[in-house]
Design a protein. Structure first.
Length: 264
């Protein structure tokens, strides 16, 4: 079986996690102390950096709709077309890799759920960390695979007129949906989760149970990550639509056979 980019990404995360656990075992409190010390200041620096990154990427966000409007007057310049293709391919590759990694959470969710049921009803044993890990796997599976599901066209949609439209009409509809619905909603999620996630990191939020998982702050971080991934995938969708309006070939759509089945 060929290893996918997402598999290597997951392996890297597992190795990093094991390294941190090993360092914490060798020097108890060292890793946690490093995270806790100066976390507010580092958070402020990160917040400022992300703000600047957002402003820097604004032209990328606006390029598909600019290219679409350009097609009303004339064919978009070759450089703009190349940029649209490149943007779409890069975003699709990144989200597909993350989706490939997230698909393993489905298997983990099934195995852990089965183990918890057997422990509780056969052996009368209850392990809080295992029970809470089901929440983590479930949340990460859906949050991190949403973008690749959008790429594959797997989100639930009420299709009354769309399937009957021409290719150009579908392209304009996709662009309108991205810029009037998807991006504003994801931006709202980003804005409202800012203090929610920031507060969790400031106190290194952990489970309310004494023997629970101490990673609530990391789990909450998946919310803004989800929003960013969805915005990016919306830009990719709009880029494809702009290429269609310009009469250009689009990158291979979705590669549905490569999309994690758990995401569909």
């Amino acid at each position: 079986m060929t290893m996918k980019a997402g598999d290597w990404l997951l392996i890297a995360l597992i190795v990093l996690t094991l390294a941190l656990i090993g360092a914490e075992q060798i020097s108890p409190g060292a890793v946690q102390g490093w995270f806790a010390s100066g976390i507010v200041l580092r958070g402020q620096y990160l917040d400022t950096a992300l703000d600047w990154a957002g402003w820097a990427l604004t032209p990328v966000l606006a390029l598909p709709v600019l290219a679409a409007v350009w097609t009303i007057i004339a064919a978009p310049p070759a450089l703009m077309t190349v940029a649209l293709v490149y943007i779409s391919r890069v975003i699709d590759a990144v989200n597909r890799a993350i989706g490939d990694a997230a698909r393993w959470f489905a298997l983990a969710l099934v195995l852990v759920t089965s183990l918890v049921v057997i422990q509780r009803y056969v052996f009368g044993v209850s392990i809080t960390k295992l029970q809470e890990s089901m929440i983590y796997f479930h949340a990460l599976l859906f949050l991190l695979s949403s973008a690749v599901t959008l790429l594959a066209g797997g989100h639930v949609r009420v299709d009354i007129f769309y399937s009957r439209l021409s290719a150009r009409a579908k392209a304009w509809t996709d662009i309108a949906g991205v810029y009037l619905a998807l991006i504003p909603m994801c931006w709202l999620i980003l804005d409202t989760s800012r203090s929610y996630v920031g507060g969790a990191w400031r106190v290194m939020e952990r489970s309310r149970e004494s023997d629970g998982l101490p990673l609530v702050f990391a789990l909450k971080t998946a919310i803004p990550v989800f929003a960013v991934m969805m915005i990016a995938q919306g830009v990719s969708m709009a880029a494809r639509a702009a290429l269609t309006l310009g009469g250009k070939d689009t990158p291979e759509e979705g590669q549905r056979e490569d999309v994690p089945k758990a995401a569909l």
